[in-house]
Design a protein around this ligand. Structure first.
Ligand code: ATP
Length: 235
C-alpha cells in the first residue's frame, strides 16, 4: 500500500509502497530511520486512515473502503493497541481501563475475564488502582491487558518500551512474547530498539516508505548492524 500526504509539488510519499502480511501467531518488529514511514504504516494498518492506494486486509476482511464508523467499530473489537505513553484513562482503575474497549463497543466487560487478564500481566493485586498509583511498567502491563480484552486479531504496538528503563522494558517484551507463544496472538511492533526487536520472530526494515529488508530470527547485534547499514544508505 502507499500513502501520500498533500497534493502536487508539496506532497510527501510517507509510504511509497509497502507490502506486508502478518500470519496469525507471529511477532513482527517494524524498524527504520526517522521519517521512514513506520507510524504511517501502523496508522494505515489500523484503519485509522485509508492508504492512498493499495489494500488493507484484516482477519480476511478488506477494510480499505469501509466508512469511518465501521472502521472505528473494527478497531475497538479486532485490534489491540499499545502505545509508548500507555494512553490509560487517569480516572479509571486498572480493571476499568482493561474493560474499556468492550464498554466502548457496547459490551459489558466480564469481571472474571478482566481479573484473569490482570493476573496474567502480573497485576492481580492492583485491579482497583488508578494509573497515577502505578509505575510505568505496571501501566504498560495494564495497557497490554486492555489490548487483549477483546481477543483481537492483531495487537499493534507503537514503541511500547520507549518510555521504560531496560529491565522494565524486558519484562514488557517478555509479556508480549508470551501473548504470541501462549495465546497465539499476532503482534506488530514499531521500535527503534534492536534489543526490543530481537524478541520478534521477524524484523521488517523500512527506508523511505519502502520495505528495505527483512530479518528472521533476529538478534540485537544483527539488527543493530543492519540499522547502521540502512543509516549509511540514507545518508
Ligand atoms: N500528516 C502528515 N502530513 C504530512 N506529512 C506527513 C504526515 N505524517 C507523516 N508525514 C511525513 O511522512 C513521512 C513518514 O513519516 P512517519 O511518521 O510515518 O515516519 P516514522 O518512520 O514513523 O518516523 P519516526 O521514527 O520519526 O516516528 C515523513 O517524511 C513525515 O514528515
Amino acid at each position: 500500500m502507499a500513502r501520500t500526504y498533500g497534493e502536487g509539488t508539496g506532497s510527501v510519499a510517507a509510504l511509497a509502497g509497502v507490502s506486508a502480511a502478518f500470519a496469525r501467531g507471529t511477532f513482527t518488529a517494524v524498524m527504520g530511520p526517522s521519517g521512514s514511514g513506520k507510524s504511517t504504516f501502523l496508522t494505515c494498518a489500523a484503519g485509522l486512515e485509508p492508504p492512498t492506494s493499495g489494500r488493507v486486509v484484516l482477519d480476511g476482511a478488506d477494510i480499505t473502503d469501509w466508512d469511518e464508523e465501521r472502521r472505528t467499530r473494527l478497531r475497538r473489537e479486532r485490534i489491540g493497541f499499545v502505545f509508548q505513553g500507555f494512553h490509560l484513562m487517569p480516572y479509571l482503575t486498572a480493571a476499568q481501563n482493561v474493560g474499556l474497549p468492550l464498554r466502548l463497543a457496547g459490551r459489558r466487560p466480564d469481571r472474571v475475564r478482566v481479573s484473569a487478564l490482570l493476573e496474567r500481566v502480573g497485576l492481580g493485586e492492583r485491579a482497583g488502582h488508578l494509573p497515577a498509583a502505578m509505575s510505568g511498567g505496571q501501566r504498560q502491563r495494564v495497557a497490554i491487558a486492555r489490548a487483549l480484552v477483546a481477543d483481537p486479531a492483531v495487537i499493534l504496538a507503537d514503541e511500547p518500551t520507549g518510555a521504560l528503563d531496560s529491565a522494565t522494558a524486558a519484562s514488557v517484551l517478555e509479556l508480549l512474547r508470551g501473548c504470541v507463544d501462549e495465546l497465539g496472538q499476532t503482534v506488530v511492533m514499531v521500535t527503534h530498539d534492536p534489543v526490543a526487536a530481537a524478541y520478534a520472530d521477524t524484523v521488517l526494515f523500512l527506508v523511505d516508505g519502502r520495505v528495505a529488508g527483512r530479518m528472521d530470527r533476529p538478534t540485537a547485534t544483527a539488527v543493530a548492524g543492519q540499522l547502521a547499514r540502512l543509516d549509511e544508505w540514507v545518508a
